[in-house]
Ligand binder design. Structure first.
Ligand code: FMN
Length: 207
C-alpha cells in the first residue's frame, strides 16, 4: 500500500478526529473535577491537556463543544486536574459517560473525594497528583474551547515521591491513544540532552 497523503478538507465525519487523535499520542489525561453553580460535583477526563507555563504554573485542557466541565468552570472559575495512574483507568473511563449535569460522577465511580486546599472543587483522593487551578482564560478555536488555569496549589502523594522528585515508575501515568486504547508508562528510557558546545567539540575532535 502507498503512503497516505491527506488533504483534511476531503475528510468526512469523524475521520479527521480519528486521524488526529491517533497521531498525537500518547496524550496526558486531565481528570478534571469541578463544581456546578448549585454545588453538584463533576468529574470528566480530558486528553487535550498540557502544561503551558512554568512561571507561573499554567495548564490547559480543551473541551470539545460545551459540556458540564466547561459550564462549571465558566460559572465558578475553578477546577482541579487529577492525574490518572494505571489503577484509576477504569473509574476514569466510567466518568467519561454522558451523565446529565445533575449526576455526581464521584458517586457513580465510587471514588472518594478529598477537599482541595484553596479551591472549592474537591480532588480525587486516590489520585497521586492533583493541580488546583483558577481560571485565567477560555479561548475558543474550531470546535475546541481551551481552558487555561493557573495552578494555585499542588498535591503529590508520598507514594510516588522519591529522591525529591515524582518518580514515573511509581506514578504509572496513563496516556490516551486513539479510541479506547491507552498507554501505561512502564518502559522508560533516559537520554541526556546535548549542548551545542559539546556537539561542536565532538565534531572538531576536542581533546
Ligand atoms: C480518556 C478520555 C479523554 C477525553 N478527552 C476529552 C477531551 O480532551 N475533551 C473533551 O471535550 N472530551 C474528552 N473526553 C470525553 C469527555 O470525558 C466526555 O464527553 C464527558 O462526558 C464530558 O463530561 P462533562 O459533561 O462532565 O464535562 C474524553 C474521554 C476519555 C475517556
Amino acid at each position: 500500500m502507498a503512503d497516505l497523503s491527506i488533504d483534511p478538507s476531503r475528510l468526512h465525519g469523524r475521520e479527521g478526529y480519528f486521524l488526529l487523535t491517533s497521531l498525537v499520542v500518547p496524550r496526558p489525561i486531565a481528570w478534571v473535577s469541578t463544581l456546578a453553580a448549585d454545588g453538584t460535583r463533576n468529574l470528566a477526563p480530558h486528553s487535550y491537556f498540557n502544561a503551558v507555563s512554568s512561571d507561573p504554573l499554567i495548564v490547559h485542557f480543551t473541551q470539545t463543544g460545551e459540556k458540564d466541565s466547561l459550564r462549571n468552570v465558566r460559572a465558578t472559575g475553578e477546577f482541579v486536574v487529577n492525574i490518572v495512574s494505571a489503577d484509576l483507568l477504569e473509574p476514569m473511563n466510567l466518568t467519561a459517560a454522558d451523565f446529565p449535569p445533575e449526576e455526581d460522577e464521584f458517586a457513580w465511580a465510587g471514588l472518594e473525594a478529598a477537599p482541595s486546599a484553596v479551591v472549592a472543587p474537591p480532588r480525587v483522593a486516590a489520585a497521586r497528583g492533583a493541580l488546583e487551578c483558577r481560571l485565567l482564560d477560555i479561548v475558543s478555536m474550531g470546535n475546541g474551547n481551551m481552558v487555561f488555569g493557573e495552578v494555585v496549589h499542588l498535591h503529590v502523594a508520598a507514594s510516588v515521591w522519591r529522591d525529591g522528585r515524582v518518580d514515573p515508575t511509581l506514578l504509572r501515568p496513563v496516556g490516551r491513544l486513539a479510541g479506547s486504547a491507552y498507554a501505561i508508562v512502564t518502559d522508560i528510557t533516559k537520554i541526556p540532552r546535548p549542548t551545542y558546545d559539546g556537539l561542536r567539540d565532538a565534531r572538531h575532535g576536542a581533546p
